[in-house]
Ligand binder design. Structure first.
Ligand code: URA
Length: 422
């Protein structure tokens, strides 16, 4: 039967369930440029308003996978995907750690948009480091080093690349079936043997509440299972920035601290927990905490950076301007809001507003105190880094209500809120 975009849009607008053929056709025709952006925008909005069933979402995902190439690897592989947060540099220590434990990690990552940072932007603050690799380079590095963090190849889920850019400008991003199919089409096409998802919950995340995050995590795991993927999801707290560094070079420095046996406790424990889940899915018994402590993960990091022309021992860029926010009074820091800190770091130049904007390698924020810690009046609370001093005013505005100092220590929120296994 011959389909038309108008028929498919009308069907979803009227709350009908799309047939497999309609979904396959519309995704393929959109990828070829035969369905126009304005028609796909209308369909995305109809899906946003009327949803997709589990079966429709699985077919939509398959159609987006089929729009491009599906990679395969000559060794046992496992990957991790985070839905994005503030100070989330976990991929940086995690990939070399899991590789040092014996399972290869092909991590095709993205750039940041809005207040959440992008892994590639962070790594590009390392002098010489190169994000774009050919398929042959990725394969060689996986075999020689065991870990690769790089940009996706052009042919990976091109339908999603087009559709995600369109959703970004048509207010259709926040829709569970569209988010789930977008993430899983890329991850399944990437071809890792197993996948662990870190679904963030809280002000700094896409999903602000636990029920919303649980819905997304369940949809992601369900999609993985439907496609024969070994998959698990951790729901983790993103109401507070992860670690003490938010930005680009500052996050790389913190990741290196973790790999050298130091670093903030939350970054270390989430890295080890995700590594344990990845190794368990891959069927490998290793103790990631012991491997981290042994220094082997740091050695793998150095080889991984060097393989991509980076210099792991080079000094990271430092900012032209530093502004310190002092504690207005003594007490206990009872709140440090992830969204406020993320928006402030973004305004300082660590993130971008449009995908073609550049980022500043040295921009970011150091949090000298985290919730639960005692502070004295006048001590440095937050250190703002930027190359553009004019940006400080906007960053300070984002921080106005982002922290609170009280007499009593706040109740501790667990970092890992739940785990959903496929
Ligand atoms: N990340 C993605 O890759 N896709 C979405 O739709 C949302 C977050």
């Amino acid at each position: 039967m011959k389909h038309t975009a108008v028929d498919v849009i009308r069907a979803k607008r009227d709350g009908e369930i799309l047939s497999d053929e309609q979904i396959d056709w519309v995704i393929a025709a959109y990828t070829r440029g035969e369905v126009a952006d304005e028609q796909m925008s209308a369909l995305a909005m109809a899906v946003f308003l009327n949803g997709l069933t589990s079966a429709e979402t699985a077919r939509w995902t398959q159609a987006m996978i089929d729009s491009g190439e599906r990679l395969s690897w000559p060794v046992s592989t496992v990957d991790k995907h985070s839905t994005g947060g503030v100070g989330d540099k976990i991929t940086l220590p995690l990939a070399p750690l899991v590789a040092a434990c014996g399972v290869a990690v092909p991590q095709l990552s993205g750039r940041g948009l809005g207040h959440t940072g992008g892994t590639l932007d962070k790594l590009e603050s390392i002098p010489g480091w190169r994000a774009s690799l050919s398929s042959a380079e990725i394969r060689d590095q996986l075999l020689s080093v065991g870990a690769v963090i790089c940009a996706p190849t052009e042919g990976l889920a091109p339908a999603d690349r087009k559709l995600y850019a369109l959703r970004d400008v048509t207010a259709t991003v926040e829709c569970v079936p569209l988010i789930a199919s977008s993430i899983m089409s890329k991850k399944i096409a990437e071809g890792a043997g197993a996948l662990v998802l870190d679904v963030k919950v809280g002000s700094g995340a896409f999903m602000k509440s636990l029920p919303a995050a649980r819905e997304l995590a369940s949809a992601l795991v369900e999609l993985g299972v439907a496609h024969g993927q070994k998959v698990a999801a951790l729901l983790t707290d993103m109401s507070v920035p992860l670690g003490r560094a938010v930005g680009n070079a500052v996050e790389v420095a913190e990741a290196v601290d973790v790999l050298q046996g130091g670093g903030p406790a939350d970054v270390v424990s989430l890295t080890v927990a995700l590594a344990a889940e990845m190794l368990s899915l891959a069927g490998v018994s290793a103790d990631p905490a012991a491997v981290l402590a042994s220094g082997e993960a740091f050695e793998t990091w150095c080889r991984m950076i060097t393989a991509q022309d980076g210099d792991p021992s080079a000094a990271l860029p430092s900012p032209k301007h530093v502004h310190v926010v002092e504690a207005p009074r003594g007490g206990v820091l009872s709140r440090l809001d992830a969204l406020g800190v993320g928006v402030a770091a973004w305004r300082l130049g660590a993130g971008r507003a449009r995908k073609e904007d550049p980022v500043q390698a040295a921009a970011g924020i150091l949090c000298h105190a985290k919730p639960g810690e005692r502070v004295t009046a006048g001590q440095p609370l937050l250190e703002l880094h930027t190359d553009t001093p004019d940006a400080v005013e906007g960053a300070l505005a984002a921080l106005t209500d982002a922290y609170e100092i009280t007499e009593e220590a706040p109740a501790k929120t667990p970092l890992i809120l739940d785990t959903i296994r496929g």
